[in-house]
Design a protein around this ligand. Structure first.
Ligand code: MTE
Length: 342
């Protein structure tokens, strides 16, 4: 089985833009210091569906077009104004008011107001399963991992996308700390199920809690991060505070929010979407413009804030970093029923 591993990401350095410059650039450029730190089941989601260093860095893979920007999140530090392809960041406003978070609402604009007072502290993430050193991490311990900025494209399976300057740290760092055993093959993630503060989880339309999963080799890829912030600020509830997954080469539904549990397991986890709409959202579903969703084309996408549509890139533009993971013909990364092990 075999999702192959590869290393070899090179790390050139780049500059830090002073916060004042960054803040004045464009109305969508906001910055601040990170303090400490198938609509309706069966068709819902119109669904959705490293570098160590001192200072600021870029992670590159050899060709400029494949670069992913990574920066150290320091109070006052800021990011670039665009991703490595030259596409401008979406505004803080866009990123925090147009959200998919079904625990609150299936209406994207309703999520932020409904999530406004969602309690995100204290918070604990229990990491266990097939590991040598199971551990429950408090928020402070999660924020103690070096937080860096990564500018990634987020492509929702529904056909819209954004460019987001996340803050966070590689998932691999957390997994290495708990030491997965040789039996571990998959990682299962679970969102908090807070009936009192999340109106959506009282809906019988979905098999709560929200669960997602990755193959261990996907999870250990450097691009997969646990995010605690964006635009230099701690995450807001609507974006998955206090901690969420971001897997930029996969459709957005994989990037599970407000995580409370991470388990290393030996069998493929059943995600909420696999249960709710099994013919549409397979486990290995990955951004692929050549494979249509059963109900719509995936060839193009609408970048929030733009008119018209743009072409969707294979692996969302991160092929150089991740395509090798799927060389094994036993894996089909298309979505729906085909997104399973053959
Ligand atoms: N995580 C949870 N727990 N619940 C959700 O409904 N929606 C997913 C993903 N993570 C979702 C979730 C989908 S479909 C997308 S596209 C992204 O979150 C959207 O992230 P954003 O709102 O921060 O842009």
């Amino acid at each position: 089985m075999l999702i192959k591993k590869r290393s070899g990401i090179e790390i050139p350095s780049s500059e830090i833009t002073p916060e004042s410059v960054y803040l004045s650039r464009r109305q969508f450029m906001r910055g601040a210091a990170l303090s400490t730190a198938a609509v309706a089941a069966g068709g819902l989601l119109a669904a959705c569906g490293a570098a160590e260093a001192d200072g600021t860095e870029n992670i590159a893979t050899g060709s400029a077009a494949e670069e992913s920007v990574v920066q150290t999140a320091m109070p006052g530090s800021v990011s670039a104004t665009a991703d490595e392809l030259g596409d401008p960041l979406n505004s803080f406003e866009e990123i925090t008011t147009y959200n998919n978070y079904y625990e609150f609402s299936t209406n994207k604009e309703a999520v932020a107001p409904l999530a406004k007072d969602f309690p995100t502290a204290p918070w604990r993430v229990e990491v266990g399963g097939l590991v040598n050193k199971p551990k429950t991490f408090g928020l402070e311990e999660l924020l103690a991992f070096e937080q860096k900025e990564r500018i990634y494209r987020l492509r929702c399976v529904e056909g819209w996308s954004m460019v987001i300057p996340w803050l966070g740290f590689p998932l691999a760092k957390l997994l290495n700390e708990v030491e997965p055993t040789s039996a571990a093959q998959f990682v299962r993630f679970e969102t908090i199920e807070d009936k009192e503060n999340m109106p959506g989880v009282n809906s019988p339309l979905f098999p709560w809690p929200y669960v997602e999963g990755l193959h261990l080799d996907e999870a250990m890829n450097d691009l997969a991060i646990l995010s605690t912030g964006l635009y230099g600020k701690a995450l807001l509830p609507q974006n998955g505070a206090p901690i969420r997954l971001v897997v930029p080469w996969k459709y957005g539904f994989k990037s599970i929010k407000s995580i409370v549990k991470i388990d290393l397991v030996d069998t493929m986890p059943q995600s909420l979407w696999m249960k709710a709409a099994p013919t549409e959202y397979g486990f290995f579903a990955t951004v692929n413009p050549n494979v249509d969703h059963p109900r719509w084309s995936q060839a193009t996408e609408r970048r929030i804030g733009e008119f018209g549509r743009r072409e969707t890139l294979m692996f969302n533009g991160y092929g150089e970093q991740v395509a090798h993971l799927y060389d094994d013909p036993n894996y089909d990364t298309t979505q729906g029923t085909q997104g399973q092990i053959r």
